[in-house]
Write a protein that binds this ligand. Structure first.
Ligand SMILES: O=C(O)CCC(=O)C(=O)O
Length: 293
């Protein structure tokens, strides 16, 4: 059971763990968060008329709007200890899947709170696909795990993060041929999650994040089409239902959805992007990252 979840994560790069956090604790965090948001931005979750009252915040494109300035709120919440209990529950869930003392949380929490944009229909996004960590040749594990923490239900149409599951393995196979050494500056930029992992950083062979998309497109027309606009019907069919299998690696666009108390563990080497929030509701989602111990 434990092994199969870990294997599932290794294969797909995404693992949902349901009911990880006690509902009372989630409600406490949710209410602390919205108190801070109200105090700082005059935005009240229960009063949609307040969400966009200030034209300079939230900001964003037609897909979704975000509050600029959530960093200090998240730092204050962390420093106040109000996130400690849910962090403990997340740590236990991670330990159960990956083994005790394999991964430890970083001090930083991120807000992925987003408000509706101006689009009216959800589609598989075609813009801003990226990954967030270099892919090191020969390393099955990433340097960090992203953990998405659901404070309330997030459905696809609420701007759920879209991920190409399995893409980290395809990218790993590209890294075997296209990876390079002498990326000390890039490795150093990630020292909060990779310090102590390498004796000789200059000899580490890796594929940087900005060199991922082009070879994926060259290799597989499915990726070329992923970056091009088309109707929602066609894109949902091709990318979410059919997917693409190459060299036994199955890839599919999936959305990170869940309900309050769920978490999703995500491999940041997987291709992902944000999608349109067409729901009329804010997306109440946080993120905490773990690094190897
Ligand atoms: O907000 C989103 O859905 C995208 C999140 C993302 O790209 C990230 O957390 O790295």
């Amino acid at each position: 059971m434990i092994l199969s979840k870990r294997e599932d994560f290794r294969n797909k790069g995404v693992l949902k763990l349901s009911n990880v956090i006690d509902m009372e604790k989630i409600v406490e965090v949710q209410s602390s968060l919205w108190q801070e948001v109200k105090h700082k931005f005059n935005i009240d979750i229960d009063e949609p008329s307040t969400w966009f009252a200030n034209p300079s915040n939230p900001i964003g494109d037609a897909r979704a709007k975000r509050l600029n300035g959530m960093g200090s709120i998240m730092r204050d919440l962390k420093a106040s200890g109000k996130l400690d209990e849910i962090e403990g529950e997340i740590q236990s869930a991670i330990d159960q899947v990956f083994g005790a003392q394999s991964w430890q949380p970083l001090d930083l929490w991120y807000s992925l709170l987003s408000f509706p944009g101006s689009e009216s229909a959800w589609n598989v996004p075609h813009k801003s696909w990226h990954n967030d960590e270099p892919t090191v040749v020969g390393d099955a594990d990433p340097w960090s795990l992203f953990v998405f923490v659901f404070l309330d239900e997030v459905r696809t149409e609420m701007g759920a993060t879209s991920v190409v599951s399995g893409s980290h393995r395809r990218i790993a196979s590209l890294a075997n041929t296209l990876g390079t050494c002498h990326n000390e500056a890039l490795i150093d930029a990630f020292k909060s999650v990779n310090s102590g992992l390498f004796e000789s950083p200059k000899d580490v062979k890796l594929l940087p994040m900005d060199q991922v998309l082009e070879p994926l497109i060259q290799q597989d027309p499915w990726f070329q089409a992923l970056l091009k606009e088309d109707s929602a019907d066609k894109r949902i069919q091709r990318f979410m239902k059919e997917g693409s299998t190459l060299d036994d690696i199955e890839q599919k666009a999936v959305t990170l959805t869940g309900v309050a108390g769920d978490i999703i563990v995500f491999d940041p080497r997987c291709l992902h992007t944000f999608s349109a929030n067409v729901s009329g509701l804010p997306r109440q989602l946080l993120r905490i990252d773990f690094r190897r111990q």
